[in-house]
Design a protein around this ligand. Structure first.
Ligand SMILES: [Cu+2]
Length: 197
């Protein structure tokens, strides 16, 4: 009887720290689960911070968008963020180089649209010339593509998935082109905006 009790106590005390150490998920951002069937080598080493990095030439930035980064929002996220909860801010006139990666068998794409257009089922043209992956309405699976554009008009935009109905379901991050910002900044969820270096 005594040994059974000891056994139970040991089992309980062993289980408790494991529960206590499980980190609480950040609001609106599910770190834990990942989507099945991903070609992981396509985005090995890429983090949410890669959403916005300085470009190789002055006045440019590098944006890396990974669709289905994890299971948040049923995979309809970029680097884990959806519904505009990651905010990329660049000074007006910034040259933006985008690398889009979709490691999943479900089609996704990327297109820069006016922020209110995230409520539309589909958008035919990007806001800035060239600011979309090829055939954004049909999307792309298990692959990567690149595009560049100049953010030459201040405003509130979205880097959205162009596959019909995905943006309206939250598959977008925010892109602010600012007439007053001096440097690019990235805000991830509830964290404060950080200067991109
Ligand atoms: Cu999508």
């Amino acid at each position: 009887m005594r040994s059974l009790l000891t056994c139970l106590l040991l089992a309980t005390s062993a289980a408790l720290p494991a529960i206590a150490q499980t980190p609480a998920p950040a609001p609106g951002h599910d770190h834990g689960a990942e989507m099945p069937g991903l070609k992981k080598e396509l985005f090995a080493g890429i983090t949410p911070e890669d959403l916005l990095k300085p470009g190789s030439e002055p006045g440019s930035v590098k944006v890396t968008l990974v669709a289905t980064f994890n299971a948040a929002n049923y995979g309809m996220n970029f680097n884990g963020y959806s519904h505009g909860k990651a905010i990329l801010t660049v000074p007006v006139g910034t040259k933006v180089h985008v690398t889009f990666i979709n490691p999943s068998p479900v089609p996704h794409s990327a297109i820069v649209i006016d922020k209110p257009d995230t409520k539309k089922l589909q958008v035919a043209e990007p806001w800035f010339p060239g600011a979309a992956t090829p055939k954004h309405l049909t999307g792309q699976t298990m692959g990567k593509s690149e595009f560049s554009f100049t953010a030459d008009e201040a405003g509130e935009y979205a880097l959205a998935c162009g596959f019909p109905s995905h943006a309206v379901a939250g598959h977008w991050v925010a892109l602010n082109v600012s007439a007053t910002a001096k440097v690019p900044t990235l805000q991830l969820g509830e964290l404060p905006a950080k200067e991109v270096k």
